[in-house]
Design a protein around this ligand. Structure first.
Ligand code: SF4
Ligand code: SF4
Length: 205
């Protein structure tokens, strides 16, 4: 087990949240709508960070299940928005090996981002098809997909986004900040040839 000294300070710097001030009152977790599904509750993520347990946090399901609702931030007596800390942790964990317990959630994030990067917004049918193939669960939820298609919620062709350059700029800026995290070239709907070629990286295992 590797202990990362100064981890809480690093996260505080990157997220803008005073992670070191957490004193484990548990108010965040008692209000968090996702705490029941998380392997580590939000306050437990905080204590793991304070103890330098980066691997445990990055391989957890918790960081991928946080929905960024900000309930924790509004309840915390120390003003810590764990949702923002989770954002940074997801960026850090994005390029790591897909460990079993968080694999599907992380895969979904990768496919989602890949689709946004390729089309400017999510193209659900293609994104879900790729996700299903990669998880080997091709026929799960098929009936829901058919119903959505019949109701016109799924479009066969991707929507055209007017200013895709802005989207590309967002990805470029994120990749420049943390090059290994935003690799969606190896995933999902790969961008058109030439686009992002300067920044493409490979998923690290
Ligand atoms: S932002 Fe995340 S951790 Fe905080 S309450 Fe919402 S789901 Fe839970
Ligand atoms: S509410 Fe704030 S101080 Fe209390 S456990 Fe959660 S993060 Fe820590």
């Amino acid at each position: 087990m590797v202990v990362e000294p100064g981890l809480a300070s690093r996260l505080a710097l990157e997220s803008g949240q005073p992670v070191q001030l957490c004193y484990q009152c548990g108010k965040c977790s008692s209000g968090c709508p996702m705490a029941g599904a998380m392997d580590y509750k939000p306050n437990e993520v905080m204590v793991l960070l304070q103890c330098g347990q980066l691997d445990a946090v990055l391989d957890s399901q918790a960081i991928w299940l946080c929905v960024g609702c900000e309930t924790c931030g509004s309840r915390c007596p120390n003003g810590i928005s764990i949702g923002r800390v989770m954002d940074v942790l997801r960026e850090m964990g994005h390029g790591r090996a897909l460990v079993d317990k968080a694999r599907k959630i992380r895969l979904f994030h990768q496919e989602f981002l890949g689709s946004v990067r390729a089309h400017g917004r999510v193209h659900e049918p293609l994104m879900l098809a790729r996700y299903k193939i990669k998880t080997g669960e091709l026929f799960n939820d098929l009936n829901i997909g058919v119903r959505l298609f019949r109701k016109g919620k799924f479009h066969l062709l991707p929507a055209r986004v007017r200013d895709r350059k802005k989207i590309r700029d967002i990805f470029r800026s994120a990749m420049a900040r943390r090059p290994f995290t935003m690799d969606v070239a190896a995933s999902a709907d790969a961008p058109p040839p030439g686009v992002f070629a300067d920044n493409s990286t490979t998923l690290k295992g």
